[in-house]
Design a protein around this ligand. Structure first.
Ligand SMILES: Cc1cc2nc3c(=O)[nH]c(=O)nc-3n(C[C@H](O)[C@H](O)[C@H](O)COP(=O)(O)OP(=O)(O)OC[C@H]3O[C@@H](n4cnc5c(N)ncnc54)[C@H](O)[C@@H]3O)c2cc1C
Length: 408
């Protein structure tokens, strides 16, 4: 049996930060991280396309979050605001920069820099890192936890579970830690993918557009019921609509019975009248050109052709002059309101985060301690909370890790 004062199961963003704060606050106590992979922080290295968008300066606004812990965020952020996260990284020696959306990145634009400065601090503090050690069982008596891994047996007086979620399982994470908490009596909500591309039911209009990006509005509906609009860059992939704006909408889709995405790619935004005026003008000005070029002044040719196909146009070698008034109106309608039926369920492999995890009301937001079991702490994505794209998820992971670490 290996005995420690504090054991942290899961060496990801929240677990690492928690270990640092725990050991800084309790230098005489023994702290160990149990990590099932052969290294800590593997997911962190893949974040922000390898640049690591580590927090967002607007993250104190709880509107960017979803899940049963959301109502406790205000209390939690009082103890660990964005300013505090910035200060902690400052103390660790990380220089950062932010963009005009408030997204904060390391100055090196390299996720490895973030992991490195965290690893150096763990080493200075003498935190034990035990890799290739997957926790398979946790039991507790009044004053002690016993953790059995696939290789060994551990005991501790305080236990932190920071095992993340099954989003992008190829990076090693799964639901095992949350299942252990469920066995200890915690209510857990089933994980489902969030922040992921939206696969469309009939992918024929998008499959040939792979790689094309176009700015526009993406609106989510449940049948006819409007849910939310996001503006941003829409990316077409072989089977799906992707990009930050679609990622953010994906968090809402789970609850919908008939999810539909409507793209508004109108260069004049909401001004339908201007769009129809310009298209009618172009139909007249460029009447001798082949119809396949009709939208070339607005969109990449392939995108223009696919919009026209979706508008019911078939023959593209005919002259633009042959366009009828209803055909022009139908093209306009499609540019303004291009509908795609969304396929459910989503693929965990494509997701950046998950909704689900430990029910928010069972965790004290001032400490991240379980309200059911003394000396048990839960942080990061194991908690039922997920944020929008833009650094909000790592923000929560680091904030919850700091709070748990300081409370231990
Ligand atoms: C591709 C990608 C890009 C992303 N980009 C961003 C971004 O730029 N900004 C942002 O804010 N968020 C981003 N995210 C989300 C962010 O990475 C997560 O929200 C964050 O890492 C969650 O931290 P965590 O500590 O809860 O979990 P993780 O970082 O996943 O760490 C959990 C750790 O626990 C270990 N573990 C799991 N089960 C066990 C067990 N039973 N025993 C022992 N160890 C176990 C895992 O191996 C893992 O190392 C991205 C996610 C992905 C997949």
């Amino acid at each position: 049996m290996n005995n420690y004062d504090i054991i942290i199961i899961g060496g990801g963003a929240s677990g690492i930060m928690c270990a640092i704060k725990a050991k800084e606050n309790n230098p005489d106590k023994s702290v160990a991280i149990l990590e099932k992979q052969n290294r800590i922080g593997r997911k962190l290295l893949s974040t922000g396309n390898g640049r690591c968008n580590l927090y967002n300066i607007n993250a104190n606004n709880t509107e960017f979050y979803h899940g049963s812990f959301k109502k406790h965020l205000k209390t939690m952020f009082k103890n660990c605001s964005v300013t505090k996260i910035a200060e902690e990284f400052g103390k660790l020696g990380l220089i950062t920069h932010s963009d005009n959306e408030g997204r904060v990145y390391p100055y090196s634009n390299h996720a490895g820099s973030v992991l490195d400065i965290l690893r150096y601090r763990l080493a200075e503090l003498d935190v034990n890192i035990i890799c290739e050690s997957a926790a398979v069982s946790v039991t507790n008596t009044d004053d002690k936890f016993t953790v059995i891994t696939d290789k060994d047996k551990f005991s501790c007086t305080k236990l932190v579970v920071s095992t993340g979620s099954p989003a992008s399982p190829k990076l090693g994470s799964d639901a095992s830690g949350v299942n252990l908490l469920n066995k200890l009596g915690h209510k857990t909500l089933e994980f489902s993918p969030a922040l992921c591309p939206l696969d469309v039911v009939d992918n024929s209009p998008v499959s040939s557009l792979k790689g094309i990006r176009q700015k526009g509005f993406a609106s989510l509906y449940d049948g006819d019921r409007f849910i939310k609009t996001e503006i941003g860059e829409i990316q077409f992939t072989e089977t799906s609509l992707s990009g930050i704006c679609l990622f953010n909408l994906s968090s809402y889709v789970k609850k919908l019975t008939n999810p539909i995405i409507s793209l508004n790619l109108n260069p004049y935004n909401e001004n339908y009248g201007q769009l129809i005026y310009v298209l009618k003008l172009n139909a007249e000005r460029f009447k001798n050109r082949e119809l396949r070029t009709f939208l070339d002044g607005m969109f990449v040719n392939k995108l223009g052709i696919n919009i026209m196909k979706s508008a019911g146009i078939k023959n593209f070698t005919r002259k633009t002059s042959t366009l009828t008034k209803p055909e022009i109106e139908s093209i306009c309608d499609t540019v303004y309101d291009w509908k795609f039926k969304v396929k459910k369920p989503f693929d965990f492999g494509k997701a950046q985060v998950c909704s689900g995890g430990v029910f928010g009301d069972e965790i004290d937001p001032k400490t991240m301690q379980s309200k059911l079991i003394n000396n048990l702490y839960i942080c990061g994505e194991a908690v039922d909370i997920n944020g929008d794209c833009g650094g909000f998820n790592l923000n929560f992971a680091f904030a919850s890790g700091i709070i748990a670490g300081e409370s231990l």
